[in-house]
Design a protein around this ligand. Structure first.
Ligand code: PAF
Length: 286
């Protein structure tokens, strides 16, 4: 496995692979990899001849008061992890490699980005769309892999690919959880022992919501109200949002029906965590 930091090096490698008719899978990440990323890399490994993992803490998707500086980084550990899963190339650029001094072109999306996380993180999705676009242009993958934990991000990227006629297959992979249910996230490392326990309120509330839907709850407002009430029982939790939206458009929905995303962002102390449940058109609720 190679670790490269320049766009030129990525292009040289990919060009060689494409010449040989090989398929390329891209797993875009911000590093500090965990089993959630692991499942994306494994899926990419199974379905492509070559696998590229990008590791880049993208400054453009962080707001001025967010955790860009403190975001955890460990390239050595990440490299070993990627190698153990059979990745072929890590692309780990410096910010200057991705954004020249005079950088001034952005990929901005309306509607889907204006709900849920977009409300409390107004610059976030412009940064995500711009960097993912750049990574797609640099790596030119056949397939790209994203986690369903960031379900709004996944919907936005699918929409961007459709809007901009990009010939890339976007693959969503299910949330990977700790044994006690907490969704795996690089930001879980910010939690103190007490906060780590309190953070279980997110997955417990998602589990409760799944049970309510399985028992026949059809009213999205009732579901969301019950979820909020449950989260409020945890003194360390502060709700950013709990919403039930159409899974494609991200617009609020009254009736529980597929495609649907029931998503939440909750602060546990200073750490903002997200979790969700997806009701897909094949009848699955996950
Ligand atoms: O999900 C992430 O880790 C990031 O938003 C992504 C897709 C790598 C873009 O920086």
């Amino acid at each position: 496995m190679k670790v490269v930091s320049t766009i030129k090096e990525v292009r040289e490698n990919v060009k060689e692979w494409k010449k040989q008719g090989l398929t390329v899978g891209l797993v875009p990440t911000m590093g500090y990899l965990h089993e959630g990323h692991g499942s994306l890399i494994k899926t990419a490994r199974e379905n492509n001849d070559k696998v590229v993992v990008s590791i880049f803490v993208n400054p453009m998707q962080f707001g001025p008061t967010e955790d860009l500086e403190s975001y955890p980084r460990d390239l050595e550990k990440d490299s070993k992890f990627c190698e153990s899963l059979g990745a072929d190339l890590i692309f780990h650029p410096e910010p200057e490699e991705m954004y020249h001094e005079d950088f001034s072109t952005y990929v901005d999306m309306s509607v889907l980005t204006e709900e849920l996380c977009g409300l409390s993180r107004p610059v976030h999705f412009r940064g995500v769309c711009t960097v993912v676009n750049k990574l797609f242009n640099i790596v030119q993958p056949d397939n790209a892999y994203f986690g369903e934990k960031d379900a709004q991000q996944l919907a936005i990227i699918r929409h961007m690919v459709q809007d901009l006629n990009m010939d890339i297959n976007i693959v969503g992979c299910p949330i990977i959880r700790e044994e006690d249910g907490l969704a795996k996230s690089s930001r879980n490392t910010y939690l103190s022992a007490e906060e780590r326990k309190a953070a279980l309120i997110l997955s417990q509330t998602i589990k409760m919501a799944k049970e309510l839907v399985a028992e026949g709850e059809k009213d999205a407002e009732v579901l969301v109200a019950k979820m909020k009430k449950n989260i409020e029982k945890e003194p360390l939790a502060k709700i950013d949002y709990v919403k039930a939206v159409n899974g494609l458009t991200m617009q609020q929905q009254k009736e529980i029906k597929a495609p649907m995303l029931v998503a939440m962002a909750v602060y546990i102390g200073k750490t903002r965590l997200i979790d969700n449940m997806i009701i897909s058109e094949d009848g699955q609720c996950r």
